[in-house]
Design a protein around this ligand. Structure first.
Ligand code: BTN
Length: 247
């Protein structure tokens, strides 16, 4: 695995660090392992086509660029697990114990502290590039109507964003060995899964609300939920865990 963070590109304002990374990749102008960091994103993107809101200068908004990964398309969920575990390790350096809300949100208690947007490109059967976009709340205290938290909100202490970045890079570096140790990677991921084996309320793609229990995640990364005694498999657009409206 290449050295992550050997090169760091610091931007004051950008539309989205993921967009910036994709452009540099398409132009062949970025080295493997480069980390792109922005004080402010004017069009930060989230999962499910949402907008990622982050107060300028307060949080970590970053994209890690990996090229020619030794991973096939069918193994790409490994990148998600690796990223989630690396953010969890990063938070531990600040004495915060996070959980992974499938597939790759990080929660502290019932509040979101980090979201990720991982965008992979495929060549043949291999992942030719992966842009791991991470929005980690560091010093922001006011989240308007969002149920969110930050490192500062948890610890009541301001933290330099660069300290969090260093810790994040260390986490990715340490956990890169797990990419080749699938069973361990999966076990660590499942052990940290938010609301696993706890009855929860979900919204399905058709708008129906159901009660179910997360039991597992498949090798391809689908969520396995037991609903009315039947184990059903879902991908991201098919199910939403309703964290703020639990039974
Ligand atoms: C989500 O929870 O919906 C995912 C949020 C991902 C946000 C990060 S911030 C850095 C990178 N650039 C983006 O435009 N999005 C990701």
């Amino acid at each position: 695995m290449t050295e992550i963070g050997k090169q760091i590109l610091r931007l004051s304002t950008v539309d989205s660090t993921n967009n910036y990374a994709a452009k540099l990749i398409s132009e062949n102008k970025i080295a493997n392992g480069t980390v792109i960091l922005a004080d402010e994103q004017v069009n930060g993107r989230g999962q499910r086509m949402t907008h990622w809101q982050s107060e300028a200068g307060m949080n970590l908004t970053t994209s890690i660029v990996l090229l020619d990964l030794p991973i096939t398309v069918s193994e790409q969920f490994r990148i998600t697990m690796w990223s989630a575990l690396s953010v969890i390790d990063c938070l531990r350096n600040f004495s915060i114990e996070g959980k992974i809300k499938w597939p790759n949100d990080i929660y502290v208690g019932d509040k979101k502290v980090c979201g990720m947007l991982i965008e992979n490109a495929v060549r043949g059967s291999k992942i030719s590039s992966s842009v791991i976009g991470i929005g980690l709340n560091v010093n922001q205290l006011d989240f308007l109507d969002l149920i969110a938290t930050s490192i500062r909100a948890e610890n009541d202490q301001f933290v330099p964003v660069d300290d969090v970045l260093s810790s994040l890079i260390s986490g990715f570096t340490k956990n890169s060995a797990l990419l080749d140790a699938y069973e361990k990677l999966k076990e660590n991921y499942l052990n940290l899964l938010y609301r696993r084996n706890v009855e929860s309320l979900f919204e399905l793609e058709n708008g129906e609300c159901v009660t179910g229990t997360i039991e597992h995640v498949s090798d391809s990364g689908r969520l396995e939920v037991r609903i009315n005694a039947e184990l059903r498999c879902f991908d991201l657009k098919e199910i939403k865990l309703l964290t703020d409206n639990r039974p």
